[in-house]
Design a protein around this ligand. Structure first.
Ligand SMILES: [Zn+2]
Length: 157
């Protein structure tokens, strides 16, 4: 939980700094947020969105604090561009968060051992491996697997 609060805090700050670079900035800030949070694809997406939304909130507050006259039509146009810009930022921060989070799933020792064992089997009898389809994510696992190599769901009852 603490890790996620840290991730959102870092993500918010990064978003404020990086969101001016369209698409790449939020994607990067979201990615780093996801890497810190390490909580899977869906939660990584949500944490990316959340940190961007908080960053956007801080920016809106700062703009409001700077007291830019909103009555001016040019400023209204700029505000709309800013809103759209941040909407895109929000989306890409979410995508970055999902990617960062999914790519940094904790690697436990037993899963790397299983991968090693799988390799050994396929060396012995190429093409004769039996797979077990994960009921949770559909990943094809070697039949001796107790847990899914992709999502960690228990395969054996
Ligand atoms: Zn799975």
């Amino acid at each position: 939980m603490l890790k996620r609060i840290l991730a959102v805090t870092v993500g918010t700050l990064l978003y404020i700094v990086l969101n001016w670079i369209i698409i790449i900035g939020p994607l990067l800030s979201g990615f780093i947020t996801g890497r810190i949070a390490r909580c899977g694809l869906k939660r990584g997406f949500l944490i990316g969105i959340l940190s961007a939304a908080l960053g956007f909130g801080v920016l809106i507050y700062a703009i409001n604090f700077a007291n830019i006259g909103i009555g001016d039509p040019w400023n209204i146009l700029l505000l709309w561009i800013f809103l759209l810009w941040n909407l895109v930022g929000l989306l890409f921060s979410g995508i970055g968060g999902a990617l960062g989070s999914a790519l940094s799933e904790p690697i436990d020792f037993s899963s790397s051992f299983r991968k090693h064992r799988k390799k050994r089997v396929s060396e012995k009898e190429p093409g004769t491996e039996v797979y077990v389809i994960c009921p949770n994510c559909g990943f094809s696992n070697p039949e001796q697997n107790e847990y899914c190599n992709s999502c960690g769901t228990r395969l054996v009852e």
